[in-house]
Ligand binder design. Structure first.
Ligand code: SF4
Length: 327
């Protein structure tokens, strides 16, 4: 992670955003979070995922994790996201990984398909101080989920989610925050999501937030007509400024879209990548050259001000929030 200037974690998110608005390629803030991959192995095969198996499969070693977490703390990073490619719950010591981040004051997040979210794992994650669990369940009926996530079983996933929510209640906590993320084609998204079906599956009140997302292009790796370009204005993507992606073997990759490790980077390459993306000279970066994360409807600052306004007006109270894309 290069030099590690001591910085206040509280100012991290605001500082990276400031750098990103200004398109500053070097210096500036540490990333707000790191993706730290427990494993790149997966128990499902999903329609919207581009993980190809090109990287050797493996598990994050706890000693490597300790070193990275320590560097993250010293650099002023505020959050560890225990996922990149693969299903994090396949790591036999996932609870310990989370506990190591929490005990050093880092917020921890897991993104899982919930197939392995058994009662024991749920308790372990809650006790370890997990900050957020994001559930990848791409549909609300069996046939759709089976088609979108080969090997998945919606009844099993839903039972695990209800169990996780019950375990959180039993522990008397509001955390981990539970986010249900449903990726759907633009055609599927045209139909409103029936809330009664969500409650039937996941109980009531159910997950804290439901996000419906259209598939993104994974840096041009997903060849699908369902990937929609969201705007016509060029502005650098967020991931190069806001996050850092570390594979299970400790290698750093260009961004969270690089599931197959095509662009391992060091700190200097990262600065160069920022400069090239900020100035729209992406041809030298194969992953970025056809990425859709750089197209916006308006300047990101306008986008953020508008979003902040709607939050102030009470938008967070809405239980189902419709979003498209990564931001
Ligand atoms: S342009 Fe796309 S692939 Fe490149 S760093 Fe940004 S999000 Fe990742």
């Amino acid at each position: 992670m290069g030099r590690a200037p001591l910085r206040s974690r509280a100012t991290g998110p605001a500082r990276w955003r400031f750098d990103w608005y200004l398109q500053r390629a070097s210096g500036g803030a540490p990333p707000a979070y790191i993706n730290l991959e427990p494993t790149n192995r997966c128990n499902l095969s999903c329609k919207w995922c581009v993980s190809s198996g090109a990287r050797e499969g493996g598990l994050l070693d706890l000693a490597i994790a300790d070193g990275i977490i320590q560097q993250a703390v010293e650099s002023g990073v505020g959050e560890v996201r225990f996922f990149l490619a693969g299903e994090p719950l396949l790591h036999p010591r996932i609870g310990e990984l989370v506990a190591r981040a929490s005990s050093r004051g880092l917020r921890s997040v897991i993104h899982t398909n919930a197939m392995l979210l058994t009662a024991d794992r749920s308790r372990a994650l809650i006790e370890a101080g997990l900050g957020e669990i994001s559930l990848s369940i791409n549909g609300i009926d069996e046939a759709t989920v089976r088609e979108a996530q080969k090997g998945a079983d919606l009844a099993n996933m839903a039972e695990h989610v209800r169990g996780f929510l019950a375990a959180r209640r039993a522990a008397g906590r509001n955390t981990p925050r539970v986010i249900l993320q449903i990726i759907q084609s633009p055609l599927e998204m045209a139909t409103p999501l029936p809330l009664h079906r969500l409650h039937m599956l996941f109980g009531s009140p159910g997950p804290d937030r439901v996000l419906r997302l259209a598939p993104h292009g994974w840096g041009g790796q997903l060849d699908s007509s369902d990937v929609v370009i969201r705007g016509t204005r060029y502005h650098a993507c967020q991931p190069l400024w806001q996050g850092m992606s570390v594979g299970w073997d400790g290698r750093v990759f260009l961004c969270c879209a690089d599931l197959n490790g095509t662009q391992p980077v060091g700190d200097l390459t990262r600065r160069r990548a920022r400069r090239l993306v900020a100035t729209n000279q992406r041809a030298d970066l194969p992953l970025c050259a056809s990425c859709d994360a750089v197209w916006w409807k308006s300047h990101p600052l306008v986008h953020d001000i508008r979003r902040g306004f709607w939050r102030l007006m009470g938008a967070p109270a809405r239980r189902v929030r419709l979003r498209t894309g990564k931001r």
